[in-house]
Structures are given as structure tokens and as C-alpha cells.
Design a binder for this molecule. Sequence first.
Ligand code: GDP
Length: 296
Amino acid sequence: MIVLSGGTGTPKLLIGLKEVADFSVIVNTAEDLWISGNKICPDIDSVIYALAEIIDEEKWWGIRGDSFKTHEMLRLLGHDELMAVGDLDRATHILRSEFLRRGFSLVRATKAVAKAYGVKQEVYPMCNEEVATTILTPSGEMHFQEFWVKEKGIPEVLDIYFKGIEKARIPEEVKILLKDEEILIGPSNPITSILPILSVEDFRKRLIGKKVVAISPIIGKSPFSGPAVKFMRAKGFEVSPLGVLEVYKDFITALVVDESDSKLVSEKIFATRTIMKNKEDAVKLSEYILKLFDRL
Ligand code: GDP
């Protein structure tokens, strides 16, 4: 099974999925950025930390129990970083960037970092090239992280685009993975986490004819967490599980919605509890997904 992932909802699921299935993960890298000389891949980091079971389960980013001494010291010295980078988390970014500075591709650097953390599953970036999710607001365009972290997601969103996507290529290793017949799209933001992956070359077309199951990150009329509402609206989609289905309509086999949306159940829509409060919830949802794949 291949899982497409962003940095919060799907990593939550992976903590359970790794107990019951073998899989590889293809991760969004359009939110990556360089900070203080190191490349941060927020979604890859969260996937690796989730699989290594060291993720901070309160914030769903960074390492549990991390401190922020270097970040604080830099601020006192007059260098204010866009994001609060944890001290242990920074070690990951330094390691990745050292590999990149030695000439490794992001695919190779990611493999090396995942191995260093003892992760058994294969974790791949969606591409080796740099892509930047850019948000157009009434006061101009800004990087996704500037919008979400610095501006706290407050500005109106007029449009979203993925700068550099036309130059991005599906890595050879990912092309091989995509021969797999079972694809799971975790409960990640359809616009900022999954759409960039689908937009690399002909990635979307490669999913047609396969068993593709997606879990809705939208419950009722709102996302469980995060900024999906503004992004889905800006792209012209209804903010509901049906809107999620619409984003994936050309290739999706089944959409799993939360039990509270069971009125939507149809030939293509299945309902179960999708809210994950702990590992047990993630294991139960994963077992449901495995059974669903068998039925399809
Ligand atoms: P990002 O990269 O941090 O934006 O993370 P993702 O795109 O992977 O995840 C964000 C999405 O996860 C949001 O749209 C949330 O609604 C969804 N999400 C987070 N936790 C849960 C959960 O327990 N259940 C479901 N169904 N969705 C969740």
C-alpha cells in the first residue's frame, strides 16, 4: 500500500497503520523552506517523527519534550526565525541539509534521515525539486508558512499556487512505487497537502484504475483542525466531505467520512469513526481501511 501524506492528519493515522500493515509514504514537500541555513521539510519531518513515535502529540509537529534554546538565543541576538525551531528538531534539519550540501538528492537525503531514526517504512518526497505553496492575499503573495505561521492564517485567501511545480518531476523511485494497486490518501488538507503531490507531472493520471481510498479531513462543514476552509473555498470547492470527493473525483474509488456524516453514505462513500484521539483510534481506523480495500 502507498500512502499520500501531509503533516498532521495522515501522520496521526500512520502511528496506527504501522501496527497492522506494510506501506510506503509519499509526502508533500511544497511547504518546505530554508531557515537559518537548513532545509525544513515540515511534512516529511512529521511523518518520520510519527513513524519513530517521537512526535509531539500535543502540537503534531516537532519532537516530544523539545526545547527552543537556540531559537530563543538567535532571537536575542537579533535573528528572528519565521518558525520556532526546536533544538532536537534542528538536528534533523542540519543532518538533512548536510546530506544535501554533499550533493544528495532530497530522495536520498530523506532516506538517510529516516534510516537514522530507525524508520522501517520507505518515506519519499513528492519530488526532488523545490516547490513553494504560495498564497495570494489582498496585500500580495506570501509563502504558505508566512501565511500560516507569521500571519496566523488571518488574511483573506484569493488563490493558491505551487511555484516551481512545472519543473518538478516524479522521482524514479516514486514511479516504481506507483505501480502498487492500493493507494491511501490520509486525512490531510486536500489543497495544500495532497494537491501539490497530485500536481507533479502526470501523478494524477497514474492513479486512475487503481484502488484509491481517501479519508476525509473535513467532518460536517469544517476541518478537524487547520486552514482547509479558506483554501477549499479559494479553489472553488464546497467545504464538506463532498467537496473532498470532488477534488479527487477523476481517480477516487472510495471516500471514508466520519460516522457523524453517515447520511452521506453511498456507493462510493463509507462511514466510520475518523477522529483519532490516540494510537488505539488510529489502529481501529487503519483496520477498517484494510478491510475496505479487501472489499473494493
Ligand atoms: P498539515 O501539513 O499540517 O496541513 O497537515 P495535513 O494536511 O496532513 O493535515 C491537516 C488536516 O488533517 C486538517 O484538514 C484536519 O482536518 C485533518 N485532521 C487532523 N486530525 C484529524 C483526525 O483525527 N481525523 C480526521 N478525519 N482528520 C484530521
